[in-house]
Design a protein around this ligand. Structure first.
Ligand SMILES: Cc1cc2nc3c(=O)[nH]c(=O)nc-3n(C[C@H](O)[C@H](O)[C@H](O)COP(=O)(O)OP(=O)(O)OC[C@H]3O[C@@H](n4cnc5c(N)ncnc54)[C@H](O)[C@@H]3O)c2cc1C
Length: 398
């Protein structure tokens, strides 16, 4: 069978592309290496324009039902309780969802899968089917996949999209440079049911915090708090991921934490990279396969979803008769935005919280307070950090 589009990877980006292309009647097949949706805790913030994009298919309503609407976010000095708080309701003339939504990314993947399985018979989702390699010629792409239950199987399509994440096989097969850097620090993610909101005054659902000698973030989900911590100066990563060390650091955030259970501890490194090309003939890249950034500010998955909506529109038009050169517009519209908005903003967010000099931190906090209290400054800043400016700018690129 000749598919219109083969998608490698059933993460949020691959499934969004499958839904958008399937809605236009195209024959789509998604090959996913894992046997089911990955449920590890990764992205947990949905920005306003992402919620606007998913509205039409009712996915946004499902996300809101299972998430927490966060009308504000803060930068705080934890030991003095001083904070700058941004109120997203100021965005009400620019989005139908003037808030951030706190919800796990695997829930989005589940809603997209259910939508596809129930409403789009023209889309096949094949779990346990890793892509091993592919070849393309002027009219099609052939993918080789080997499932646990079958020998090497080939799949043929007019287009192939690599949505296979940061370690993308598709990107590696194209021999494209993934330019950028890996940051020196290791982040330690911990989750707990402990009700920080009962012990820290005026806490928002999203809090980026400084301590007297470090930094952490506190992000709330419906049933838990996600705490991002960093090893102390003299501490190895191995010691920093021990529960004793994590407990000690959380007790510095709130001494009432005591022996409360810690549900999960997971270290991860932060990278910022963008691939040289998004389009090579009939093979495209989207989401983490094309760009990765610091999670500070919650922009990675959102940016990938914006790629997916843009690319689905271009492929839909090409499959209906427009020229293949329209794909170059996808690259022109999305690659500079990943660099100028997603990478730059998330890197600024990271650098602000990693600052060690207390006088510089205090200056930053004063500046953020001033911004948050001035309507026009707050609006500009929130249009940028909520990814509204970047998305609008991308659509204006010819
Ligand atoms: C700890 C952490 C916190 C984060 N927090 C945020 C946040 O708050 N907000 C935000 O916007 N982003 C955040 N991100 C980033 C976000 O998780 C990613 O940007 C997002 O998962 C990208 O989606 P994707 O579909 O492109 O890739 P992925 O979600 O990585 O999905 C790729 C899929 O491809 C599959 N695959 C891989 N190789 C193959 C193969 N050879 N064949 C077939 N299938 C394959 C994988 O199994 C996977 O299912 C965070 C990331 C991490 C690690």
């Amino acid at each position: 069978m000749l598919y219109d589009v083969l998608i490698i990877g059933a993460g949020p980006v691959g499934l969004t592309l499958a839904m958008r292309l399937g809605l236009n009647g195209h024959k789509v097949c998604v090959l996913e290496a894992q046997s089911d949706i990955e449920t590890d805790l990764r992205a947990s913030t949905f920005h306003p324009p992402t919620l606007d994009l998913y509205d039409e298919q009712g996915i946004t309503a499902q996300l809101i039902d299972s998430g927490l609407v966060a009308p504000t976010w803060q930068v705080r000095m934890n030991h003095t309780n001083e904070f700058a708080e941004f109120d997203l309701s100021i965005l009400k003339d620019h989005t139908n969802h003037p808030y951030r939504l706190q919800c796990e990314q695997w829930r989005l993947s589940g809603f997209l899968r259910d939508y596809i399985e129930n409403k789009l018979p023209n889309v096949s989702l094949l779990w346990g089917h890793p892509c091993e390699s592919f070849n393309q010629d002027a009219s099609s792409v052939v993918v080789n996949s080997k499932s646990s239950t079958s020998d090497l199987t080939t799949f043929k399509a007019k287009f192939l999209i690599g949505c296979d994440g940061a370690r993308s096989i598709v990107r590696k097969n194209l021999c494209l440079e993934f330019e950028g850097q890996t940051f020196p620090e290791t982040t330690i993610l911990a989750t707990t049911h402990f009700p920080f909101q009962d012990y820290l005054d005026h806490l928002s659902y999203i809090n980026y915090c400084w301590t007297s000698d470090g930094t952490f973030s506190l992000l709330r989900l419906k049933n838990l708090w996600r705490v991002s911590l960093y090893p102390s100066l003299d501490e190895s990563i191995d010691s920093a991921v021990e529960s004793q060390s994590v407990r000690r650091k959380i007790n510095q955030i709130s001494s009432s934490f005591g022996d409360s259970p810690i549900l999960e501890i997971r270290p991860y490194k932060i990278h910022q990279r963008v691939v040289k090309q998004y389009v090579v003939g009939r093979v495209l890249l989207a989401g983490d396969a094309a760009h990765i950034n610091s999670p500070s500010g919650g922009m990675g998955m959102n940016g990938g979803v914006h790629d997916a909506f843009n690319l689905a529109d271009k492929l839909n038009r090409i499959l209906k008769g427009e020229g293949i050169e329209l794909l170059n517009k996808y690259e022109r519209q999305r690659r500079p935005i990943a660099i100028k908005h997603v990478i730059e903003q998330s890197s600024k967010n990271r650098a602000r919280m990693q600052e060690k000099d207390m006088s510089k931190r205090l200056l930053t906090l004063q500046e953020l307070k001033r911004k948050s209290q001035d309507k026009s400054l707050a609006l500009d800043y929130l249009l940028e950090t909520s990814m509204i400016s970047g998305l609008a700018e991308s659509l204006n690129i010819d």
